[in-house]
Design a protein around this ligand. Structure first.
Ligand code: ADE
Length: 229
């Protein structure tokens, strides 16, 4: 997959894109990511990419012109892309949406800033996505979250020992607790069933734990069906 990021702060991305799973995915050629500095496309003396909102109000609004020109340049190679704005006004990022985005050949991510983006930019967008009901200072961290989340569903990105499926949310439940060696750590024991080698019992225990955790932390995920569990 190819991902282009349109941002006022390209320097924010280097660490996240180089380490761990994303670093490996890029090295192996499964993922190609490039950042593009929106400010480089401004046409005014002070390289201003934002201005006061028409109608008044607090904060500054990102101007349409540098974004249109940056987008034009990025797409000038002719390769089609799904163009996405990261904004708290977008639809929520979920496992289902991430899985769907992982099937795209190319994404262009536009990171919003300040009080928002000139609404006319929506003419060159396919989607608007939020990573949660809270407001961050910009769309850069959400873009990183989206890239990380989507990359896990690109075949080959996770090693064979890892799985994007057997985890929290893949079944609509939070994940069961995990333990590793030693079996006794400072007097705290690993649950007996996990040492038993009895796969049916282990599976049943994990399911019961997942239900219990979900009921306590995220009861809304269980819906009506889960109320009596
Ligand atoms: N920009 C600021 N807050 C955001 C959020 N919660 N999701 C996506 N983009 C954002």
């Amino acid at each position: 997959m190819r991902i282009d990021i349109l941002t006022l702060f390209p320097e924010m991305f280097s660490g996240v894109l180089s380490a761990s799973m994303l670093g490996r995915a890029r090295e192996s050629g499964l993922l190609a990511v490039e950042t593009h500095d929106i400010r480089a496309f401004t046409q005014n003396k002070h390289n201003k990419a934002d201005d006061y909102p028409f109608g008044g109000g607090a904060g500054l609004v990102m101007m349409a012109q540098p974004i249109f020109d940056c987008m034009d340049r990025v797409l000038s190679d002719g390769m089609p892309a799904r163009r996405i704005l990261l904004t708290p006004r977008g639809r929520p990022l979920t496992t289902g949406l991430a899985r769907c985005l992982a099937r795209e050949r190319r994404l262009v991510l536009l990171c919003g800033h300040y009080e928002g983006v000139d609404e006319r930019v929506s003419a060159i967008l396919d989607d608007e996505i939020s990573i949660g009901d809270y407001v961050l200072t910009g769309g850069e961290l959400p873009a990183m979250v989206l890239i990380d989340c989507v990359s896990r569903f690109i075949p080959g990105v996770l090693g064979s020992a890892e799985s994007a499926e057997d985890e929290s949310f893949s079944e609509g439940l939070l994940e069961y607790p995990q333990y590793t060696r030693p079996a006794d750590f400072r007097g705290m024991q690993v649950p007996e069933v996990l040492l038993s080698g009895h796969h049916k019992n282990i599976e049943a225990w994990r399911r019961q734990q997942a239900l219990e955790k979900t009921r306590r932390m995220r009861p809304e995920l269980l819906g009506n069906h889960g109320k009596n569990l």
